[in-house]
Structures are given as structure tokens and as C-alpha cells.
Design a protein around this ligand. Structure first.
Ligand code: AMP
Ligand code: MG
Length: 341
């Protein structure tokens, strides 16, 4: 299959109609959102959704998030919208928050990964919303990467992974947030964050009062344990190099990586730290600034492989605010390997 890449800057650009045509016919299209690029298909169409799993090599029990452009589309997707859910939507939509509720019969099990729940989100990106509106149906869309690889935050990243596997990529430049949406489930008794993202736990707590954070956000799932968020089972976001997170001051980090073999090592550090190192380095954002790190982390993880390094040592991000999302992605890229100096 030949992959076409169309640049789209405005909501009236022709690429949007082309994307909508393909989506209406049951095809898949890679589209920009403010979090990461998504690989979209009609959420109601099982055959279309199957193409997403095939193109990504995604395990079939890993559910897809359904994207809407109008609040009125939500009702048909879920059994009911409780008050809590409406409060969250009012506070954070359009934006990087996915809300999980019991699904309606219109959502095929293919889309929900076999679960009786569905995650719904209204993206902030105007091009994403324009494509959903033009397609006229909610769009199921996971990240537009090969399953397991770092998520795509530019059309180039999508092309690298999906060239020849999808008919169309819509290019609207870099994603502003840079990590996937926060996922919160309201299907249980207490609201629970299953995946941290651009909307922080602190922000959610302010609206809902009580919010739990699933232990799988911080820890490796025990062997045989059932994941509340199936995506968390799989090794994720990983470059081919072995990633290790190194906890401690920059001085200690520097002494540690300087002792490594230069040819096979790359350091993943905060902005401005690289010039103090003699080993190859990639900077992934400002220190103490979760938003900036979120914006840079996936591009940095992709660049790790371009260096050809076998080992990557990463500075430890702080876990507050959006930093928790950065920590969560990095610790999975590192398969939970952390050294404390
Ligand atoms: P992606 O689309 O690649 O960003 O991944 C979406 C992730 O959201 C999945 O891997 C799950 O971890 C989580 N998720 C989506 N829908 C549900 C759901 N119904 N129940 C639990 N987790 C979900
Ligand atoms: Mg993904």
C-alpha cells in the first residue's frame, strides 16, 4: 500500500475531506491530536477497527479510546453519563482526558478490547475535531505507532512506523502535549486513574474530591495479575537500546555515565546538562518542568535508537503534576529498571 502524507493547517483544508472520505469507507487514517498522533477508524465499524490492530500489530485485548467532537455524541457510546463524568467533561473537554464508563451495545467488543467499558475523549486539537465532524462518526484511535514503540508526536514519527501500512497520514506539525491522555475510570466505586497524562491527578482531585491512582501507574504488574488498564501489561514506549533510569543529583549522574563506554552509551538528560558530559546525550526537556519533559520525551526516546547506542541512562523525572506521566512512560521504556545513586 502506498502511504500519502497531506499537510493540513486549517479546518477548511482539503486533507480533512480526504481523511473523512477514507474513514467513511471503513479505512484508517493517522491524524494529529494535541496528545500524540492517533490511528483512527470508525468506532462503530468492527472491520475498520480491525485494520487499526493489524496496522499497529496491537494485541486484540488492548482497548481503543473513542474520540468525539461534540458532547452530544457521548450518550450513544455509554450506558449512561453520571454526574461525576459530566463534571469532568465540563472541566477538561476538549482536552487530554479519557473517561471510562460502561459501554453501550453500539460499541463493538473489537473496539473495547473485549471489555464491557469504553474510554471516550474529546480532543482539543482543532484538526482532530474537524476530521471527526467531517467523518460524522466517533473515531476509535490509539497512538499511530507500531505497538510497543515510542508514541508518535510528529507526522515523521508516524511515517517511520506506518509507511506502507496505512493509506493516509495527516500532518499538522508537532503535538503540543506530547504524552497520551490521562485515563480515568468511573466504572468502579471510586474514580481511579489508570494512566497519567496531560491532566494531572491534582487537577482531577480538585474537581472530584476523591481520586485513586492505580498501583500499576508506579509499579510493575505482578505475574498473573489482571490489569485494570490492559495496555499496562505490555512492555511499552521502548527504544531498542536498554534504558535505565538513574536517580540522584546531576553530579552523581555525570560521574556514573562518564564511567561508561562512550561508543555504546547515550545519556537522556535535561536541557543544558549535555554540555557537561563527554558521552553522547539527548536532552528531553527542562528540569523541574513536567510539561516541557512531556513534550520532548517520545522524540528523545526515538532519537536514542538513531544514535545506535546499546545502553541509555536517563535522568529521573519528578513525579508531580504532568511529571507523573513522564515518569510512567519512562519507567515502562526502562522496563522498570531504576538505579539509585
Ligand atoms: P493508546 O490508545 O495507545 O493511547 O492506549 C489506550 C490505553 O487506554 C489502553 O492501552 C488502556 O490501557 C487504556 N484504556 C482504554 N480504554 C480502556 C478501558 N475501557 N478500560 C481500561 N483501560 C482502557
Ligand atoms: Mg499507544
Amino acid at each position: 500500500m502506498k502511504t500519502e502524507v497531506i499537510k493540513v493547517e486549517h479546518e477548511s483544508d482539503e486533507g480533512i475531506l480526504k481523511a473523512a472520505e477514507l474513514l467513511k469507507k471503513g479505512g484508517v487514517v493517522a491524524i494529529p491530536t494535541e496528545t500524540v498522533y492517533g490511528l483512527a477508524a470508525n468506532a462503530f465499524d468492527e472491520k475498520a477497527v480491525a485494520k487499526i490492530f493489524e496496522a499497529k500489530g496491537r494485541p486484540s485485548d488492548n482497548p481503543l479510546i473513542v474520540h468525539i467532537s461534540e458532547l452530544s455524541q457521548w450518550d450513544a457510546l455509554v450506558e449512561s453519563v453520571p454526574e461525576n463524568a459530566m463534571k469532568l467533561a465540563k472541566a477538561f473537554w476538549p482536552g487530554p482526558l479519557t473517561i471510562i464508563l460502561k459501554k453501550s451495545n453500539l460499541i463493538p467488543l473489537r473496539t473495547s478490547g473485549g471489555l464491557d467499558t469504553v474510554g471516550v475523549r474529546m480532543p482539543l486539537h482543532p484538526i482532530a475535531r474537524a476530521i471527526i465532524s467531517a467523518a460524522g462518526v466517533p473515531l476509535a484511535a490509539p497512538s499511530a505507532n507500531i505497538s510497543g514503540k515510542p508514541s508518535p508526536t510528529s507526522a515523521k514519527h508516524c511515517e517511520k512506523d506506518l509507511d506502507g501500512r496505512v493509506p493516509l497520514i495527516i500532518d499538522s506539525g508537532d503535538c503540543s502535549v506530547g504524552v497520551e491522555s490521562t485515563v480515568i475510570t468511573l466504572a468502579g466505586e471510586v474514580p481511579r486513574v489508570l494512566r497519567p497524562g496531560g491532566i494531572s491527578v491534582e487537577m482531577l482531585t480538585e474537581v472530584l474530591g476523591e481520586v485513586e491512582v492505580d498501583s500499576a501507574v508506579f509499579e510493575k504488574l505482578a505475574d498473573g495479575a489482571v490489569a485494570a488498564s490492559p495496555g499496562m501489561k505490555y512492555k511499552h514506549y521502548s527504544p531498542s537500546a536498554k534504558v535505565t533510569i538513574v536517580k540522584g543529583s546531576f553530579e552523581k549522574f555525570r560521574d556514573f555515565v562518564e564511567g561508561m563506554e562512550k561508543e555504546s552509551t547515550v545519556a537522556l538528560v535535561f536541557d543544558g546538562e549535555g554540555r557537561e558530559l563527554s558521552v553522547p546525550f539527548i536532552e528531553y526537556g527542562k528540569a523541574h518542568d513536567g510539561l516541557s519533559q512531556a513534550h520532548g520525551i517520545f522524540d528523545a526516546l526515538r532519537k536514542v535508537d538513531e544514535t545506535g547506542a546499546k545502553n541509555c541512562f536517563a535522568r529521573f523525572p519528578e513525579k508531580d503534576g504532568v511529571g507523573l506521566a513522564v515518569f510512567n512512560r519512562l519507567v515502562r521504556a526502562a522496563a522498570f529498571s531504576i538505579i539509585e545513586l
